[in-house]
Design a protein around this ligand. Sequence first.
Ligand SMILES: Nc1ncnc2c1ncn2[C@@H]1O[C@H](COP(=O)(O)OP(=O)(O)O)[C@@H](O)[C@H]1O
Ligand SMILES: [Mg+2]
Length: 382
Amino acid sequence: MPSEDAAPRLDVDQILADPGVRIVVCCGAGGVGKTTTAAALALRAAERHGRRTVVLTIDPARRLAQSLGLSELDNTPRQVKGIDVEAVGGELHAMMLDMKRTFDDVVLQHTDPAKAAEIFANPFYQAMSSTFAGTQEYMAMEKLGQLHARGEWDLIVVDTPPSRSALDFLDAPARLSRFLDGRMLRLLLAPDRSGGRSMFSFVTASFGMFSKVVQKVIGAQLLTDLSGFVAALDSMFGGFRQRAEQTYRILQARETAFLLVAAPEPDAVREAAYFAGRLREENMPLAGLVLNRVHEPAAAGLDAAESLAAAERLDGLGDHEAVAEALRAHAELMQLAAREQRVAARFTEAFPAVPAVSVTAQPADVHDVDGLRTIGAAISRP
Ligand SMILES: Nc1ncnc2c1ncn2[C@@H]1O[C@H](COP(=O)(O)OP(=O)(O)O)[C@@H](O)[C@H]1O
Ligand SMILES: [Mg+2]
C-alpha cells in the first residue's frame, strides 16, 4: 500500500553495479535470510553486472553450500561453476569461513613454524581458537580484511555470523582490540584481584566463559602453558589489532554498503532498528533494509473481511466447502500480510530515510543456484 510515509525503494542493482562499491555486508538477526541474501546478491552481481565477486559465507545450510560447490569448511574461495555469466563475463567465488583455520593461519603468518607448532599444541590456544565467545566475529573481520587486501575481487559480499546479538560483528574490532591489548590475558594470570574485573566492561559477558574454559584445563601445567602462550602471542598482538582497526575503517568507507536483513517479525525488526542505530553511530554506510520472507496475497483486491463474509454465506449453501476454505485461507493471508506491514512500519517510522525492499516468502527453502537467482530477482524487482 503506497503512502507518503512509505520508505524509499532500495535499488539493489544500483549498488551491485556501482564499481565504487567493493564490499556489501549483510547483517541482521539469526535465521532471517542473511546467508541466502548474501549468496543471491553475489550471484546477481556476477551474472547481471559482470563483476568478479566473492561471497564469504559463515554458516550456509548444507544443501546451499553444496550447490555452490562447497562440500566442507574451506578457507579459500572456490569458483562457482555452471552459472550464467556468458553475457557479461562476471565470476562468482564462494567460501565458508573456518574460524579455527583462520586463527591458525594468522599465527602461521606471524611466527616461525616451530613457534607456531608450540602455540597450536597449547591447550589454552586450542580452547580459545575454537570456543572463545566472539572468536567467530573476529575471524570474520580478519578474513574480510584478507580478502580485501588481496585486491582480486570487484566485489566482496559478506555474510555475518549467526550471533545472538547482531551487534557482535560491529563490536569485534573494539573487543578484539581490548582483548589483544594483553591486559585481558594478564588479568587471567592474576585473577580476582580487587577491581580487576570492573576495568573491562566486556568482561562480564566474555570473561565468564573464557575463565570457565581455563578452569576446565586448570593446573600448574596450565599456568606454564598460559605464560608461554601470552609470550608467544604478545608479538602478534599489534598486528592483529592493527588489522582489525584497518578493517573497521574500511567498513566506514564509501566502498562499503551495509544491508540489514530482517524478517517481518517483531524481534527481527527490533534487532534491525537497533542495528541501524549502531551503524549510524559508528559512521558506517547503511544502504538499506531487505525485508525477507514477506507474505503477499494473490488477490490483494479481495480484503479479509469480504472473503470471510463470503465464506460464511457459502457455508449455508452446502457443497461449497472447498471455495469457503480457499476464501478463509485468503483472509488469513491478508491478515498476516497486514500484520507484517505493521511490524515493518515500525522500522520505517524510526528510520524513514532508509530505503527498503520486500522479498516474498518462497514456497520452499532456497538451496540451489536457481533459488538464489529467484531471490536476487525478487530483491531487485523494479
Ligand atoms: N525468501 C525466502 N523464502 C523462503 N525461504 C527462505 C527465504 N529466505 C531464506 N529462506 C530460508 O530460510 C532459512 C534461513 O535462511 P538463512 O539465509 O540461512 O538465514 P540466516 O543466514 O540469516 O541465518 C534457509 O533454509 C533458507 O533457505
Ligand atoms: Mg547464516
